[in-house]
Design a protein around this ligand. Structure first.
Ligand SMILES: [Zn+2]
Length: 93
């Protein structure tokens, strides 16, 4: 244990940081994760879901930015429905 450990930690840290940054995260946060968790950090960043590519919309009531899959606004409790073109063409009952 010594320089070898530091070298391995740095390699995992750099690899994790580069992948994390490519996925829209912070390079330095993932660098630290990789250096502390080593292989587990690298697995974590590979499994890490890139939230940046998720579609977003704005809550009509409070204006909070939410992911499209969010059905109830966590801030104001407004029910949010997915925009469905099939429903808008339905004749009124
Ligand atoms: Zn809201």
């Amino acid at each position: 244990m010594g320089y070898e450990y530091v070298f391995i930690a740095l390699m995992f840290g750099l690899a994790t940081g580069i992948i994390g940054r490519a996925k829209g995260g912070s390079f330095f946060i993932w660098l630290l994760v990789g250096m502390v968790l080593l292989l587990f950090g690298l697995i974590a960043v590979i499994l890490y879901r890139n939230e940046v590519t998720e579609p977003e919309r704005r809550c009509p009531t409070c204006g909070k930015i939410l992911k499209l899959y969010v059905q109830v606004c966590p801030r104001c409790g407004t029910d949010l429905y997915l925009p469905d073109p099939e429903e808008t063409r339905m004749p009124p009952r």
